[in-house]
Design a protein around this ligand. Structure first.
Ligand code: F3S
Length: 106
């Protein structure tokens, strides 16, 4: 079992999840973060602190967000681990937008 970062994080990247993760399981892209499913210890802290509810346990992931299982798995093998993450400049604007996957930068 693991947790999965999904659509709501795109172009926001508020970063609270990275701060609380005891396993350093997060990896950072340009406008999104992902969780390494092999490092995640399933504590659930990240889900609790994300201000835009971007993180789900895999067993409770809405069907229309299932593509993010693959994205978290694949990008966590490529993207670096962040030391800390600051919100993107227009995070509060993008927090109100749904279905942002077309804006995800690799
Ligand atoms: Fe993204 Fe939420 Fe973390 S917006 S960076 S998943 S706190």
């Amino acid at each position: 079992m693991t947790f999965v970062v999904t659509d709501s994080c795109i172009n926001c990247k508020y970063g609270e999840c990275v701060e609380v993760c005891p396993q350093d399981a997060f990896h950072e892209g340009i406008n999104f973060v992902v969780i390494n499913p092999n490092t995640c210890s399933n504590c659930g802290l990240c889900e609790m602190v994300c201000p835009v509810d971007a993180i789900f346990p895999i067993y409770n992931l809405p069907e229309d967000l299932s593509i993010f299982i693959k994205i978290n798995d694949e990008q966590s093998k490529i993207w670096p681990k962040p030391k800390s993450v600051s919100p993107l400049e227009s995070a509060d604007y993008w927090a109100k937008i749904n279905k942002k996957i077309g804006h995800l930068k690799y």
